[in-house]
Design a protein around this ligand. Sequence first.
Ligand code: ZN
Length: 382
Amino acid sequence: MGLDGSATAQAADTALRPPVFIGSEIYRGSSYGAWHPLRIPRVSTVMDLIRALNWLEPGQYRNSPRAKPKALHIWHDPAYVSALQAAEAAGSVSEAIRMRHGLGTTANPVFPQVFRRPATSAGGTMLAAELVADGGVVHVPGGGTHHALPDRANGFCYLNDPVLCLLRLRALGMRRIAYVDIDAHHCDGVAHGFHGAGDVRMFSVHEERRWPYTGAIDDTAGGAAVNLPVPRGLNDTEMRAIAIRLILPRLADWAPDAIVLQCGADMLLEDPLSRLALSNNAHFDMIRALRRLSPRLIVMGGGGYNPWTVARLWTGVWGVLNDRAMPAVLPPAAQAVLRALSFPGNRLGKNPPEHWFTTLQDAPREGPLRPEITARLATLGA
Ligand SMILES: [Zn+2]
């Protein structure tokens, strides 16, 4: 069973114009360093795959502009933005800057594109907001850096491109903005940004007892958020229940002007940083359902630390947004992109299963709906 049955609102507008993909070459060859989870290629692989699949019609690709510092100051502290630029120029930071802004740490190292890359992601999500102003669908897989704080790098994130996107949507006149976050980690930076906001509703499903340890079930971010921490091993059946009982009906009732989905890949089984067990069908189903609930949908990336999992999910997202049939076996050019990936320093890279090279869509990972999930949904009134 899919999620479509629960959708009540219709949004025919989204079908009027083709979806737009926002990418950039800045992601190609850019790495946080040899030992960092973000040493792997992600957006560049997705770009290569959708081209290998011939899934880009003329006019569907937009190059992500790099946000100007002034555009970032709408939420970020100008001193922090300056520090980020200076860190890129110098290739290092002082101890004072490390303490003050969280730059040059193990999680948030100074790397060669440490300003340009996050500023490009931010420019991409703000462009996405503009592109959907009159209705439409945008996929911006470089976005989704949901941990960054106004004056501080946090959790592999330097600039909070979801916050900047939502602020742009608000500036464009959106009065009801929904933010759905299905990353394995709680969206602490976004929750900070919209605490108590009357025009934003945030939904976050994330693994319990995992960094950043925020987003408890009784944390409503001043009435603006619904938080559902989930236990290890979350399966497709459970995620479908969460969508059908909680997220989709609440969104349908609220009739958002726009929906922003942070579509992190780290809830999937093969991700090395979390312990959840979804297949990518869970994310595809969520997107199909969200599309029906608003005339505007922006799908971002987010976490995701297995290069094959990330590439197959986010490429599949683009396929779903374009109503493409998911190929049972990928054509040779697409397989070549996946076979060229490596995963140094991780056991998953030693002997990857063949289906990581030959398919986009996982086998479903259904399972029992555990009583603790049902109980937590009940706690949230669902
Ligand atoms: Zn994450």
